[in-house]
Write a protein that binds this ligand. Structure first.
Ligand SMILES: *Cc1c(COP(=O)(O)O)cnc(C)c1O
Length: 318
């Protein structure tokens, strides 16, 4: 049958009507084709959507270069293997697809995602082994957990009472879309006047937030939660940078009180890098300003984006 528009908007209302389904400018890859973001669509029967049966990874492009692409590819292919998913592209082919999405988008600062869903079974069986896995990728403009003013003055964070889905249930090293605990934490944080949230591990220690890891700085040394968290590549990068400048860093249990009483606190994510936190549960962290160690690590982190060991350039079309 022909497609029928339920409601044809008047010309002057067109923009408004488009809003709920508007897309950022960018390029996606699916089913062997590069398409504008608005055309990147999947079936509502895809188990990635119906069961959250999917894995993904996000890498960023800064100044026209990927940052630590190899690490992101490692994590993505590790997730595929653990979930027993297969895609018709090897590592080099995925790297090429990601590269092409960015080059075609023209973005010099981009948020680039590769993902694989379980897909669906052609016979509608309930057996995941019958499903045809779907690989997709896209490049959209770079986005950050913290906006410009939060970056400047530090984020205001709340420690939610929500417990992150435990590693015995879902292996956190598989980057995944099980976010109902994180979203619940976010609403708790908003209700308490904070801007973002941390959730707990099953021992009641601090775990992570919606798409980011957390670090405490105490007496010049860094601590980040050891378990029950996604091993972030920005988190790893902080360890690498800290080692290079002789700042001690360890992964260890981090209690709520240790975090709230720290000299400095920051969060880490591919979406935003190293971001200062200056209030936790309504109380100032240290003197309430982004701290010197946080600033130093952040400056080095962005400087590393020009280092060819960690960055690879996009070849944009002329
Ligand atoms: C992606 C993600 C992070 C941060 O990892 P990066 O590799 O630094 O971007 C932290 N926690 C969760 C739950 C994530 O999904």
């Amino acid at each position: 049958m022909d497609r029928i528009d339920a409601e044809k908007p008047l010309p002057e209302l067109a923009e408004h009507h488009r809003d709920p389904h508007s897309y950022p400018s960018g390029v996606a890859f699916l089913d062997g084709q590069y398409v504008p973001m608005a055309e990147a669509k999947i079936s509502v029967l895809d188990w990635g959507f119906l069961h959250s049966d999917a894995t993904y990874d996000t890498v960023h492009v800064w100044n026209g270069c990927f940052f630590r692409l190899d690490e992101h590819l490692n994590r993505f292919f590790g997730g595929l293997e653990k979930l027993r998913m297969t895609i018709p592209h090897d590592r080099a082919a995925v790297a090429e697809i990601l590269h092409n999405c960015v080059a075609l988008s023209g973005h010099r600062a981009a948020y680039v995602e590769m993902l694989c869903t379980r897909g669906a079974s052609p016979t509608f069986s309930r057996d995941p082994r019958d499903a045809i896995n779907r690989f997709m990728a896209f490049a959209v403009p770079y986005g950050s957990v913290a906006n410009a003013s939060q970056m400047e003055r530090g984020l205001h964070l709340a420690i939610s009472d929500t417990v992150r889905i435990p590693p015995v249930s879902i292996d956190p090293s598989i980057k995944n879309y099980h976010w109902l605990d994180l979203v619940r934490g976010l609403y708790e944080a908003y209700d308490r006047g904070a801007e973002t949230a941390l959730v707990l591990d099953t021992d009641g220690n601090v775990a992570e937030g919606p798409g980011f890891n957390v670090f405490a700085v105490q007496a010049g040394a860094l601590t980040t939660p050891a378990s029950g968290v996604l091993p972030g590549i920005t988190r790893r990068t902080v360890f690498d940078i800290a080692k290079g400048i002789g700042v001690p860093a360890e992964a260890a249990p981090l209690s709520r009180t240790a975090l709230s009483g720290a000299d400095e606190v920051f969060i880490t994510s591919t979406a935003g890098g190293i971001m200062p936190v200056t209030r936790i549960d309504g109380k100032a962290v240290g003197d309430g300003l982004p701290g010197p160690i946080t600033k130093r690590l952040k400056d080095l982190y962005w400087k590393k984006h020009g280092d060819p060991v960690w960055s690879s350039p996009i070849r944009y079309p002329d």
